[in-house]
Design a protein around this ligand. Structure first.
Ligand code: AQP
Length: 332
């Protein structure tokens, strides 16, 4: 063990996308073993947008299966569902009281989702970052491997940790975000100025379960520009930049290294190479995911063992927080 604690989560709020894979999932296996690592299917977060119960259950199993298929080994990490460890919800309540309305109002994810779900702008959606801070702070997390879209939420978790520590003395580790070197924000293939979203079912999102033909078709139809030159210019050529970033992430390269391979080539060549890279990277993961989904009892067992491990340490941290705040000790 390196002594570092790592935590990350994925919401079962839709079928997982290529953005989830390259920005988060793909890297998780590199954090297990040498680190103390925890990975969570954050189902409490998912219900900030209305979910169909049967679909939520299915997607939670699917999320665990994607974690395992991406190389996580429950013997080397703690893999669990957020709702199985009640300390998450309890600490979130406490942290709500250390989070200002103004801070939550500034969150771009809240603004985006409130605009997309006008009929259901609930208090949970608003307070989402306090629950995310609880997820992270409960385990004395040092590093949070996430995509770029989570930057604001991690900064808020850091501020809340520092605020609490400032009042009650050192309690929480102040966590740090770890972004991937490429594809920290995979963009929508049809609108490369927007994030690729798992909850937007369009030609612009590649879902992890899709077959080779569908994935290739979506990538070949990706929006580019009229410049006719493959360059790394995020502002002027966001579509081309996105394709290069996806290619780079699939090959564990930086976007600059990927660019060097397309000198003198056209957009068609680039798209073909990206499609091939994505299909190749996903094929073994998809095959393993399919196998794992055939045995949900096994997935339940993984979740039960993970929750038992997580619960023990989360409850300890929660007791420390409760004592500092001035709650009387729980008897029994
Ligand atoms: N497009 C992306 N590029 C890079 N990383 C991404 N992540 C998500 N989208 C991209 C990373 O995946 C992890 C889990 O994300 P999440 O489940 O918290 O949220 P989401 O996929 O953004 O999906 P939502 O919130 O259910 O709905 P939509 O899709 O509508 O926004 C995180 O590490 C995240 O950074």
């Amino acid at each position: 063990m390196s002594g570092k604690t790592v935590f990350s989560g994925i919401q079962p709020s839709g079928e997982l996308s290529l953005g989830n894979y390259l920005g988060a999932l793909k890297r998780f296996k590199d954090f297990q073993g040498a680190n103390d690592s925890l990975f969570c299917v954050v189902d409490l977060h998912a219900i900030t947008v209305r979910q169909d119960p049967a679909q939520l259950r299915q997607r939670t199993y699917s999320g665990v299966a994607w974690y395992l298929a991406s190389g996580l080994d429950p013997a080397q990490c703690t893999l669990f569902a957020q709702s199985h460890v009640s300390a998450h919800a309890e600490l979130a309540w406490i942290l709500n009281t250390f989070t200002q309305m103004g801070e939550l109002e500034r969150m771009t994810q809240f603004k985006d989702k409130a605009a997309r779900h006008k009929h259901n702008i609930n208090a949970g959606l608003f307070a989402y970052p306090a629950l995310m801070a609880a997820d992270i702070l409960l385990y004395d997390t040092h590093e949070v491997p996430v995509g770029d879209d989570q930057k604001q939420h991690i900064e808020l978790a850091r501020d809340v940790a520092e605020r609490f520590n400032g009042i009650y003395g050192p309690t929480f580790v102040v966590p740090k975000m770890v972004a991937p070197k490429a594809a920290a924000r995979v963009m929508d293939l049809q609108d490369p100025t927007s994030k690729m979203s798992k909850s937007v079912d369009s030609l612009g999102t590649v879902f992890l379960h899709e077959d080779e033909k569908t994935i290739s078709k979506k990538i070949m139809k990706a929006v580019t520009d009229n410049e006719g030159m493959i360059r790394l210019d995020k502002d002027k050529q966001p579509g081309v930049y996105n394709l290069l970033a996806i290619y780079a992430a699939c090959h564990d390269q930086t976007p600059e290294e990927a660019l060097a391979q397309f000198t003198g080539k056209g957009y068609g060549d680039l798209k073909k190479a990206v499609a091939e890279a994505v299909v190749t990277v996903l094929a073994p993961v998809q095959a393993r995911h399919k196998e794992l989904m055939a045995d949900t009892a096994q997935l339940d067992a993984v979740l039960a063992a993970g929750a038992a491990k997580a619960r023990a340490r989360a409850n300890k941290k929660l007791a420390e927080v409760y004592a500092k705040i001035g709650f009387t000790p729980r008897q029994g």
